[in-house]
Design a protein around this ligand. Structure first.
Ligand code: ARG
Length: 290
C-alpha cells in the first residue's frame, strides 16, 4: 500500500512538472477542427493493473498503457482541443488503432524521452511509442515492432545564422543542443566532435534555447524541425546535413513477448498497406501547424 501511494505521488508530481513545462508551448487558444486523435492525457497511475507488457495481461486488464514523450509534433504533442490539454499525433493514432484492434481502452503516460525505456522495464507501461528508433543498444533491452515511419536527420539553426554554418566544421565550433538519450545525442557527439553539446530533456525546451541563443544548432529529425520552421520565421533548416541513414520509428515492448509484437505488427501492416498511415501523418502535421 505504502509503495503504491509513493508511486502515485511520484506520477502526480511528474504530471504536474510536465504540465508546467508545456505551458509555453500551449499557446493556442483557438479551437481547431475536430481532432483525429483526441485521447486525453491520462498521466495517472494505474493501481491494480501493473503493466507486465504481456499481450494476455493487457487484454485481461482491458486497457493498453502506452508511454510517450509528447514533445514531438507531428508524432506526439500537446494540443489545446476544445479548451482541454490533449495529447495528439500520428503515434497516438497508431496506438489508438492497436488498442481498438485488441478491443481494449488506451491510456497515455507522458514522460521524459530519457525515462521511457526504464518505465517499460519497470512495468509502468505496456509499450513505448515515441518516434523511437531501433538501434543495437536499445535492442539489448527491449524488442521492437517493425519500422512504421522514416525520417531524415537535419540541423536546425536560427535564420540569421544560416550562412554562418557552411560545413560541419563550423558546427563543431558551436553550441549544439540535443534531446537527452536520443540517437541525435550520439550523432552530434560523433559528427560534431569538439562542439559544446547540451543535452536537454524536452524538444520544446531545446527550441526555446535555440531561439534564446543559449544554443546555436539542434540535431533533430526533419518532420519535427519542419513543423517548427513553419511556425517560427526565425528558424531554418541548415544546409549542413549530418551524415546518417534515415531513422525509422518502431514500437518498443518488453523483451520476449513475441505474441504482443505480432499483434502490433498486424495493425502496422494494415495501416501501412492501405496508406492510412500517410493520412495520419498528414493530418497530425496539419493539426500541429494550426
Ligand atoms: N528518433 C529519435 C530516437 O529514437 C528521437 C525520438 C524522440 N522522440 C520524442 N518523442 N521526443 O532517439
Amino acid at each position: 500500500m505504502k509503495k503504491m501511494t509513493t508511486l502515485l505521488a511520484a506520477v502526480m508530481l511528474l504530471a504536474s512538472i510536465t504540465a508546467c513545462g508545456e505551458k509555453n508551448q500551449d499557446d493556442s487558444s483557438k479551437q481547431g477542427a475536430a481532432p483525429t486523435a483526441a485521447v486525453s492525457a491520462a498521466a495517472t497511475a494505474t493501481p491494480g493493473a501493473a503493466a507486465t507488457g504481456k499481450l494476455a495481461d493487457v487484454k485481461k486488464a482491458g486497457k493498453l498503457v502506452i508511454g510517450t514523450s509528447a514533445d514531438y509534433a507531428p508524432y506526439e504533442f500537446h494540443k489545446n482541443i476544445d479548451g482541454k490539454d490533449t495529447i495528439v499525433g500520428f503515434d497516438i493514432e497508431i496506438a489508438k488503432t492497436i488498442a481498438n484492434d485488441m478491443g481494449v481502452k488506451l491510456e497515455i503516460k507522458d514522460m521524459g524521452f530519457d525515462g521511457l525505456l526504464a518505465a517499460l522495464d519497470a512495468g509502468k507501461v505496456d509499450f513505448v511509442i515515441s518516434g523511437m528508433t531501433p538501434n543495437a543498444e536499445r535492442e539489448k533491452i527491449v524488442d521492437f515492432s517493425k519500422v512504421y515511419y522514416n525520417a531524415e536527420q537535419i540541423i536546425l539553426v536560427r535564420a540569421e545564422d544560416k550562412d554562418k554554418f557552411k560545413s560541419m566544421d563550423d558546427i563543431k565550433k558551436a553550441t549544439v543542443g540535443v534531446q537527452t538519450a536520443s540517437i541525435q545525442e550520439d550523432l552530434a557527439k560523433k559528427q560534431a566532435e569538439g562542439a559544446t553539446i547540451k543535452s536537454i530533456g524536452k524538444i520544446t525546451d531545446l527550441v526555446m534555447q535555440l531561439k534564446g541563443k543559449k544554443v546555436d544548432a539542434l540535431f533533430m529529425e526533419s518532420p519535427v524541425a519542419t513543423g517548427y520552421v513553419k511556425k517560427n520565421t526565425d528558424l531554418v533548416i541548415s544546409n549542413v546535413k549530418p551524415q546518417a541513414d534515415k531513422a525509422g520509428s518502431a514500437i518498443a515492448v518488453k523483451k520476449g513477448n513475441k505474441e504482443f509484437v505480432d499483434q502490433i505488427n498486424k495493425t502496422l501492416d494494415r495501416l501501412m498497406g492501405d496508406k492510412t498511415l500517410d493520412k495520419l501523418v498528414t493530418e497530425a502535421s496539419a493539426l500541429s501547424a494550426e
